[in-house]
Design a protein around this ligand. Sequence first.
Ligand code: FES
Ligand code: FES
Length: 215
Amino acid sequence: MSSRDEPKASKRGLGRREFVKLVSGTSAAVSAGVLTNADLLGAQTTTRSKTFGPGVVPMALRVNGHVRQVTLEPRVTLLDALRDSLNLTGAKKVCDRGTCGACTVIVNEKSTYSCTMLAIEAAMSGANIETIEGLAPDGEFHVLSSTFVQHDAQQCGFCTPGFVMAAKAYIDAHPNPTYQQVQRSLGGNLCRCGTYMGVRRAVVDAAMKMKGGKS
Ligand code: FES
Ligand code: FES
């Protein structure tokens, strides 16, 4: 089930309380092995307890089909890792507290607020992360992006990458959505320019064009 079917809180990598706990406690103890890339990508497990941080630690993030090496403090969010370490600036930092959806990426096929997930959490679980940049690997618009343009579904465009990724996750799981279903599914993304009508029309149209395929 897509997280878009669930209450807003469930789309987050962590609940707010768990997130704060992990941020404050990561440097104290995290159950894992030595931070090799293999460990971080889930190839090995161990019951030993090891402390990470507060200084930087090497880790690997699987982003848009590529494993990317980064060295970050455990407190760094996935959003900041993408933007500041990997130069993937499509996901935007607006509220930075899990309310606006501007930072939406897809993690393990689910729409996710990247400001509420730690980079180390994504690394240690070997999460598969998709960003808006991954929709145009050769510089060509994904059908969702081009349909947004056709329906004039953006003004300033600041919220648009988040909407596109949220829509992509939803369409992948629900190939034939109605207008009302799209409206509900995108309820976790806010647009200060008020482009909601165009966005919904674009997503319904894109779903028809994609014919259920994960293009
Ligand atoms: S910046 Fe992440 S939800 Fe607003
Ligand atoms: S297009 Fe400006 S915030 Fe959505």
